[in-house]
Design a protein around this ligand. Structure first.
Ligand code: GLU
Length: 468
């Protein structure tokens, strides 16, 4: 049997982080099993579905690197097929027409409420002939659900869950206007798409029992189900924006790499021993549905940051330049030149060692391409006092004579210079850092000087030394 999984988002908003995790689990499971991962857009709610949301979902999945097979299926476009199935069930005696008016249903519910009974449709049209139909009322089609016994779900994550059929009323399959309900559409689509494994949030668990009844009525094979617990905030409360309940696109804007987000989402609810850093290749080899945890996982930005820092160090330098370039251009208000990009590429290995996010990286790369005179932050300014400036003036003379403008040659020069002055290395290196970067933190300063080159290094030192 070929495993077929699917991700079935409703395009009523962005692809949020929980959706991203559901998609990832389905994608990984399909990859692991050599199966297929499909995408279905559940756009039957015409009022709330928007093209912008569809685009955001596709874009978010692409950014996460979760590719699906074939075209995304539009659930709305399959409405005729859904209606066809409802009519098949009607013809087979598995469903019936119900002519209750909204007022009648309201009265029924009010009576149930007053009697302290659970509010559910009482099946009053189950066995009534169509000849009883009131004039001019368009009926809905309801499932003739089993009234006795129980429906059992062997969930891959939750284990065995049982519901008494008496608790489930005859759900509507087709509305009076002929449109299918969500429950029917999902079952028909999962069946027609050959879905073998339905992995989704556990907020769908109650729907699943009703969907199983539809599968049974049609005599269709049941897929396996796995319901994943929701994601909570670090404090255990329901996930809110403050906790990280953002769209996947927000994570890109915050400067996270997709491979870091994938690793993070994987660990959010799934584990393989104590492994924290799991590459996508490794995940494909290890992923299984049985190791999904049963309790809600907690979203933790600090963990995401540390994973991101790890993947940044592994990332290709040219790729990172491509990621920081638009941020730097926006910041500097000009386009980067070829020379800037070349410099950044050479500098990237040093820069990426200490950045947590692409945002940090762009910030820390800025001094390389910023126009002179460099803005100097407050701490760095303090190092450029009279003494610092005079040291720099003398150092510039030495640098001008250095034939070999390499990090190691410059370091040798500065060490000898500091020693001759009876100063510690830091007393010279720190003002040098302030002059070259405008800050007190940067990649190793001699490496910075080498990358900037003699002319730029000397000009920056002179800017700083000359500054009153
Ligand atoms: N469209 C549903 C949602 O976005 C998912 C339904 C399903 O996975 O079966 O929550």
């Amino acid at each position: 049997m070929t495993v077929v999984t699917r991700f079935a988002p409703s395009p009523t908003g962005f692809l949020h982080i929980g959706g991203g995790r559901t998609a990832l689990f389905n994608w990984l499971y399909a990859k692991r099993m050599g199966g297929k991962f499909l995408l279905r857009i559940e756009d039957t709610d015409r009022q709330r579905s928007t093209q912008a949301a569809v685009d955001a979902i596709l874009d978010g999945l692409q950014w996460l690197g979760l590719d699906w097979e074939g075209d995304a299926v539009s659930q709305f476009e399959r409405k005729d097929r859904h209606a066809e199935v409802a009519h098949q069930m009607l013809a087979a005696g598995k469903a019936y027409r119900c002519y209750c008016s909204p007022e009648e249903l309201d009265a029924m519910r009010a009576a149930q409420k007053a009697a302290g009974q659970p509010m559910r449709y009482d099946g009053r049209w189950r066995d009534r002939p169509d000849s009883d139909a009131p004039e001019g009322v368009a009926p809905v089609i309801r499932l003739k659900a089993p009234q006795e016994g129980e429906t059992v779900l062997n969930d891959l994550v939750q284990g065995e869950v049982t519901v008494q059929n008496a608790q489930l009323d005859d759900l509507i399959l087709l509305r009076a206007d002929g449109t299918p309900t969500y429950l029917l559409a999902v079952v028909v689509d999962d069946h027609d798409m050959g879905v073998t494994h339905v992995v989704r949030g556990d907020d769908h668990l109650t729907n699943t029992f009703r969907q199983i009844q539809i599968f049974h009525s049609m005599g269709w094979d049941l897929p396996r189900f796995g319901h994943i617990p929701l994601i909570h905030g670090a404090d255990g409360a329901k996930l809110s924006k403050r906790h990280g309940a953002l769209g996947v696109d927000a994570y890109r804007d915050l400067g996270y790499l997709p491979e870091a987000v994938r690793n993070y989402l994987l660990r959010l609810g799934w584990s393989h021993g104590d492994e924290e850093i799991i590459s996508t290749e490794q995940a494909i080899e290890w992923f299984d549905l049985e190791s999904i945890g049963r309790s809600p996982s907690r979203f933790d930005f600090a963990k995401l940051d540390s994973l991101n820092a790890h993947y940044m160090r592994l990332a290709d330098d040219a790729r990172l330049v491509g990621l920081v370039a638009p941020r730097l251009e926006a910041d500097l208000g000009r386009a980067l030149t070829e020379a800037d990009r070349d410099l950044l590429t050479r500098a990237m290995n040093g820069l990426k060692q200490r950045a947590r996010t692409v945002v940090d990286l762009a910030q820390s790369a800025r001094f390389y391409v910023a126009a002179r005179p460099l803005p100097v932050d407050e701490k760095a300014s303090a190092l450029l006092d009279e003494k610092g400036r005079s040291l720099l003036t003398d150092l510039a003379a030495q640098f001008a004579e250095e034939p070999e403008f390499t990090a190691s040659a410059l370091e040798g020069r500065v060490r000898a210079f500091a020693e001759a002055r009876g100063e510690k290395l830091g007393k010279v290196a720190q003002p040098l850092r302030a002059a070259l970067t405008g800050s007190t933190v940067s990649p190793p300063i001699f490496e910075v000087a080498e990358l900037l080159g003699r002319d730029e290094t000397l000009s920056r030192i002179r800017d700083a030394a000359g500054a009153a």
